[in-house]
Ligand binder design. Structure first.
Ligand code: PLP
Length: 392
């Protein structure tokens, strides 16, 4: 068999991530590869760190990208902060809280679970009760923006409760960074990780992380060595750290970091708060269209994520067939429900570069047309004009 080059189609990515990548990022990726200890590259690393501090709204010195996807950022936080025998309170209201529990247990620690229904935010009162019942807990972990359901939790309030009980906090901000208000320093978050392929609209495979002074102190005073060599921050700091000698730890994904840097430059040009506002405006227009069609949302308006819209299905419709039609006819990708939500919702992402007026109207028009052709019980032909009215 003769091998041929792979040429992917041009899709519109409106699922739970990856989101549409800005063409400027794709162009940056194809620039010449240089050595990872080249002084020009070292200067780029410094730039990436400072742009990342701006996007997290933090002055934390230990702010950098992990050379692996969001899940590795998650694992970096857990393996460095959690020691065998520790008790960690994990708040779960969707898929990703379950992964936190896995991480805690694999660190040889005990996870105390605080459960909330899928689609609801984490309940601060339940966290408070769990901390009162478990005075030996030393860490609280939760997901800020649950991508599996489209619900946002009150990170500031949860961190405050954790600190009142002398716990450090680990926050998953994979989907919230650049899409929803997030203030690492003002909210006193101790350890946070994100991803590049959601609201930053970069290619997948990098995970920005940031650690407070209190978190660093805990890491430096561990009784045991971190079980992961690659993720041990004591070693990574020698490569990415402040004034570090940039001693070889691993080869940074050089071109991927060109792309990531470009995505952070684009965010700075727009302004972080403007990015939050754009996500909110496009969500409002999508909502107007979805409701005009007669469809609804899974999550209550008060804690609905603008960048991840969980939309309920019309009766008797095969949701997977709708997604295939959208992909095959319109090159448009939306996401399916996960876990208990499988077959019950679609997840329509409006993340980063994909959060645009053009995509809102394209998605509503395509969905309206596909559902109308399937004789779904919807109000046909109204969605696009409702969204246009919301925009004007
Ligand atoms: C996507 C996502 C992750 C995992 O990120 P990967 O880059 O896929 O490893 C973790 N947490 C949340 C909330 C996510 O949305």
């Amino acid at each position: 068999m003769t091998a041929t080059s792979f040429h992917p189609p041009q899709r519109i990515l409106m699922g739970p991530g990856p989101s549409d990548v800005n063409p400027r990022v794709l162009e940056a990726l194809s620039r010449p590869t240089i050595g990872h200890l080249d002084p020009m590259f070292v200067a780029l690393m410094d730039d990436v760190k400072s742009l990342l501090q701006d996007s997290f709204l933090t002055k934390n010195k230990l702010t950098m990208p992990i050379s692996a996807p969001g899940s590795a950022g998650m694992e970096t936080c857990f393996v460095n902060l959690v020691e065998p025998g520790d008790t960690v309170v994990v708040c779960q209201n969707g898929v990703f809280g379950a992964r936190m529990k896995e991480n805690v247990e694999r660190c040889g620690a005990t996870a105390v679970m605080v459960q909330d229904d899928w689609g609801k935010p984490v309940d601060p009162n339940k966290l408070e009760e769990a901390l009162k019942a478990n005075p030996d807990a030393s860490i609280v972990a939760f997901v800020h923006a649950e991508t599996s359901t489209g619900a946002i939790s009150d990170a500031e309030a949860l961190v405050k409760i954790a600190h009142d009980h002398d716990c450090l906090t680990i926050v998953d901000a994979v989907t919230s960074l650049a899409g929803s208000e997030l203030r690492v320093d003002d909210w006193n978050i101790d350890a946070i990780y994100s991803g590049t392929q959601k609201c930053l609209s970069c290619t997948p495979g990098i995970s920005p992380v940031s650690f407070s002074e209190a978190a660093i102190e805990k890491i430096q005073n561990r009784k045991t060595t971190v079980q992961s060599w690659f993720m041990d921050l004591n070693l990574v700091m020698g490569y990415w750290g402040e004034g570090a000698q940039r001693s070889y730890h691993h080869t940074a994904p050089i071109n991927a970091l060109y792309g990531f840097h470009e995505s952070l430059v684009i965010l700075q040009e727009e302004g972080l708060e403007n990015s939050w506002a754009r996500h909110a405006v496009n969500h409002e227009a999508l909502k107007a269209g979805i409701e005009a069609m007669g469809l609804g949302f899974f999550v209550d308006e008060a804690y609905r994520l603008p960048q991840l819209n969980a939309v309920t299905l019309p009766e008797g419709i095969d949701e997977a067939a709708v997604r295939s039609e959208l992909l095959n006819r319109y090159n448009l990708e939306i996401g399916a429900g996960l876990g208990p939500m499988a077959g019950k919702i679609w997840r329509i992402g409006l993340m980063g570069h994909a959060s645009s007026q053009q995509n809102v109207l394209t998605c509503l028009g395509a969905l309206d047309s596909v559902l109308t052709n399937m004789n779904a019980k919807i109000d046909s032909g109204k969605a696009v004009s409702a969204a246009m009215a919301a925009f004007s």
